[in-house]
Design a protein around this ligand. Structure first.
Ligand SMILES: Nc1ncnc2c1ncn2[C@@H]1O[C@H](COP(=O)(O)OP(=O)(O)O)[C@@H](O)[C@H]1O
Ligand SMILES: [Mg+2]
Length: 270
């Protein structure tokens, strides 16, 4: 089965949607992966950026037993091989469902998709609810984007506990691929101290690359593009930074399960 990569952090505004979309585009552009993108956030920011790749299957349908087959329209059109299962407002209703009624169906459907695509990428809502749990139960890798602000730093501890708990109870295949530092300000002494603390606490998980706050990133996404596709020089710098971070992240995502299991256990349980 190919990798199912979930971008999760129950804190909003840390870059889950931004980085999950860019990771999908990066895999398609630089690794020629076919990517299935599942948007579980009812806000639908990622769906807006990827609307040209819409499969016409809604992500909410994956929570039902008989999900519609996903038609890879982009692949047929010879465009970028990314296929979107878009967010809709009905996703909010999933939080009210009985877990046993929706989680096994979601896991089954995602694993079916993982047979047909090189990678499945899932964007999650900013809550530790049923959709986040279902995503982690179906996944093989979790990526935790983080902003170096105090509340976000608190949130990362909860998120790692959730990942560890899901792995122990429901999904032994789940690995924490890494914590990605987003919106870094290299001039901030406070952020520098926060990074040092984070590296001390989770030496095996902090991805050794930083992504700064760059206006070219949301500008490009608003046009349905990756930042490396904009011609401007500021976009080139941003693109280089993102590609550096994803190269480091991707190595960990592809790394064999055996090498990370023991370390993950020790780190998160501590
Ligand atoms: N590195 C970055 N540089 C500039 N803006 C960013 C960056 N990362 C995220 N943003 C912006 O911050 C906001 C929140 O990001 P988003 O990806 O939607 O977070 P989340 O999905 O975690 O709620 C969005 O407006 C997004 O465009
Ligand atoms: Mg989001």
């Amino acid at each position: 089965m190919s990798n199912v990569v979930v971008f999760g952090n129950q804190k909003g505004g840390v870059g889950k949607s931004t980085l999950s979309v860019l990771y999908a585009l990066w895999l398609a552009d630089l690794h020629h992966h076919s990517v299935c993108f599942i948007d579980l956030d009812a806000q639908g920011n990622a769906s807006k950026t990827l609307q040209a790749c819409d499969s016409q299957v809604r992500s909410v349908d994956l929570f039902a037993e008989e999900a519609l087959p996903v038609v890879p329209t982009c692949l047929l059109a010879g465009q970028r091989p990314v296929v979107l299962l878009a967010a809709t407002k009905e996703l909010a209703d999933i939080e009210l469902a009985k877990p046993e009624a929706v989680v096994p169906a979601f896991r089954h459907n995602v694993r079916q998709l993982a047979q047909s695509f090189d990678t499945v990428v899932i964007d999650t809502p900013p809550t530790l609810g049923l959709r986040m749990s279902a995503a982690l139960i179906a996944a093989t890798r979790a990526v935790c984007p983080i902003e170096l602000e105090e509340y976000s730093m608190d949130g990362v501890v909860d998120m790692l506990k959730t990942i560890f708990g899901i792995r122990q109870r429901y999904n032994p295949r789940l690995e924490l691929a890494g914590i990605v530092l987003n919106r870094v300000n290299p001039r901030s002494a406070r952020q520098k101290a926060a990074i040092q603390q984070l590296v001390l606490s989770y030496p095996d998980f902090v991805i050794p690359a930083r992504i700064s706050t760059r206006s070219a990133i949301p500008e490009a996404l608003a046009e349905g593009k990756a930042v490396w596709e904009l011609g401007k020089s500021s976009a080139r710098e941003a693109g280089a930074e993102i590609k550096g971070a994803f190269t480091a992240l991707h190595l960990r995502i592809e790394r064999s399960q055996d090498t990370t299991t023991a370390a993950t256990n020790a780190e998160i349980a501590a």
